[in-house]
Design a protein around this ligand. Structure first.
Ligand SMILES: [Zn+2]
Length: 164
């Protein structure tokens, strides 16, 4: 199939397929940039990995590290742009840590409180979802359930925190 590579190039595809065997007998996709058979390329890199185990592990560690940093940066950005979702996740994590979400808690109702807080926060004042009875209070411990939740503007929530 002549022209498959040109066609792939035109369409901006990374790979193309001719159905014809390469010089090593593989019938596989080819790389558009240089026509390399993907099976050959896999074999080559597998061979290289075997022969250069130390270097391979080193490169892998570097790329893992890079990915980790990238993920961390992304997570940080996400938390900044989605403060209410972040708060919801943290509250859930806290609650499950304390095992304060009983099986009878209605998860979609709980979620609604966070959605309400998020919508209200769009007005410019940040709203928090507050536990009426704190999850780990001095006198009583509340549950992470809908009838123990209320949506408060952040300053009231902080005031409440000081009082308790
Ligand atoms: Zn090949």
């Amino acid at each position: 199939m002549k022209g498959a590579r040109e066609l792939a190039k035109q369409e901006g595809l990374k790979h193309y397929f001719t159905g014809l065997p390469c010089k090593h007998g593989h019938i596989d996709k080819r790389q558009t940039s240089d026509g390399t058979c993907m099976a050959c390329s896999r074999e080559k890199s597998a061979k290289w990995t075997l022969l250069n185990r130390e270097k391979y592990l080193e490169l892998k560690a570097v790329s893992n590290d890079k990915r980790k940093h990238k993920n961390q940066a992304y997570a940080r950005m996400w938390r900044q742009t989605n403060p209410e979702k972040k708060n919801a996740i943290e509250a859930n994590r806290r609650a499950s840590k304390l095992q304060r979400t009983p099986v009878w808690g209605n998860h979609s109702n709980i979620k609604m409180f966070y959605e309400v807080a998020e919508v209200l926060s769009r007005g410019g004042v940040l709203f928090h979802v507050d536990h009426i009875i704190p999850l780990k209070g001095k006198e009583a411990s509340g549950f992470h359930v809908e009838n123990n939740l209320q949506v408060l503007p952040w300053h009231q929530n902080l005031r409440k925190g000081n009082r308790l």
